[in-house]
Design a binder for this molecule. Structure first.
Ligand code: PEP
Ligand code: MN
Length: 369
């Protein structure tokens, strides 16, 4: 099977509709279309918010459990059209099947979104890509729910092979066991890896689905801007308290206005400020990596403790230390060279981890290291 080399994609960073907009492109609107009144009230509010140019609303909602609000369906497309024609905002909605593509296009939706629960399924993505053959419409592809870059890239490739030239990636975070304090862990380095693979790819940040709560919208959005993202998506509802889905993460249009005002945008910076921002960006990336290291060390500590406890329970006392340290170190040193990491650094960290383990666990066995 032939695949399109990522570097040959012509993506939203370079081409028409989205590319012409000033950065960051801001997409805002309710999680779900609920009623014509809700759509129009929200859109009227958003029209006043400087920087917002695209109105989003979920028409068909992929809900985790049956019984939750599943979206209003095709009637919502008519409301989107009213927003486009009477309020003058471009429109965007998620599509997950060929039939939904057809209905969205019939109602002149300007930008299509592929949701995280769809990107995970090559069958669905292919169905959408086939339905889009011969159509020119910008498509923003959310990352799959699980952190699998190949699935994300694969979805972009399928659409590209169908002739869609205006493509962008939308980062909405990943479902992980311990995503706190986020709803979906951003794993920024993972999304940035996609941009490294396809440098011309326009990157959008769905701050709402990463954050999951209003208080985190600002730091998440700022981080995306610091990392040079092209656009932001923020869910907005004229009255979030009564929203039928994602009530806790939606903000009123006035709040979005304040949020956007508070964000420091790279575009308005002087050359010196840009250099400072670049430094800050690298510092933040290192801080983030250090956090990841800490999380990994903490997980490691827990797993070795479990291993110790199991061995003790099983009465495997012949081997006082159940961790095969020498083997582990040998493997790590081999990998270190190819990963470009100094072997001495690996050795030092490893020895520290080992003696800390010995101090806590072997001591409990009544042995010393
Ligand atoms: C949404 O944008 O409302 C949505 C359902 O998002 P996701 O596909 O990221 O879960
Ligand atoms: Mn939502």
């Amino acid at each position: 099977m032939s695949t399109v080399a990522p570097s040959s994609m012509h993506l939203a960073g370079q081409s028409s509709q989205l590319a012409k907009k000033t950065r960051p492109v801001v997409i805002a609107g309710p999680c779900s279309a609920e009623s014509e009144e809700q759509m129009l009230q929200t859109a009227l509010g958003l029209k006043q918010v400087k920087g917002v140019s695209i109105f989003r609303a979920g028409i068909w909602k992929p809900r985790t459990r049956p019984g939750s609000f599943q979206g209003v369906g095709a009637i919502g497309l008519e409301w989107l059209k009213t927003v486009q024609q009477e309020i003058g905002l471009l429109t965007a909605c998620e599509v997950a099947t060929a039939a939904q593509v057809e209905q969205a296009l019939k109602n002149d939706v300007n930008i299509l979104l592929i949701g995280a629960h769809t990107t995970v399924s090559p069958f669905l993505v292919q169905e959408i890509a086939d339905a889009l053959k011969g159509v020119q419409v910008p498509v923003l592809v959310k990352n799959p729910v699980n952190p699998d870059l190949q699935l994300w890239l694969g979805a972009l490739e399928r659409l590209h092979q169908s002739g869609i030239t205006e493509l962008g990636a939308m980062h909405r975070g990943f479902s992980t066991l311990d995503s706190a304090p986020y709803r979906n862990h951003p794993k920024w380095e993972h999304a940035l890896e996609l941009r490294r693979m396809v440098p011309e790819l326009a990157m959008y940040c769905d701050a709402s689905h990463i954050a999951g709560r209003r208080s985190l919208l600002r730091p998440v959005s700022q981080r995306a801007l610091d990392l040079g993202y092209d656009g932001l998506m923020v869910e907005s509802h004229y009255n979030p308290a009564v929203a039928l889905s994602d009530a806790q993460q939606q903000i009123m249009p006035q709040e979005l206005h304040m949020l956007l005002q508070a964000l420091k945008q790279q575009n308005n910076l002087t050359e010196k400020e840009k250099q400072g921002a670049q430094l800050e960006k690298l510092r933040k990336e290192i801080e983030h990596l250090d956090d990841e290291l800490l999380t990994l060390l903490s997980r490691r500590t827990k797993v070795t403790a479990q291993l110790g406890a199991h061995s003790k329970a099983d009465g495997i006392q012949a081997t006082p230390d159940p961790v095969r340290w020498d083997l582990v170190l040998e493997n790590l040193l081999l990998k270190a060279s190819s990963a470009g990491v100094d072997q001495n650094v690996v050795k030092t960290i490893f020895q520290e981890v080992r003696s800390q383990y010995a101090r806590t666990h072997l001591y409990n066995y009544g042995m010393s290291s």
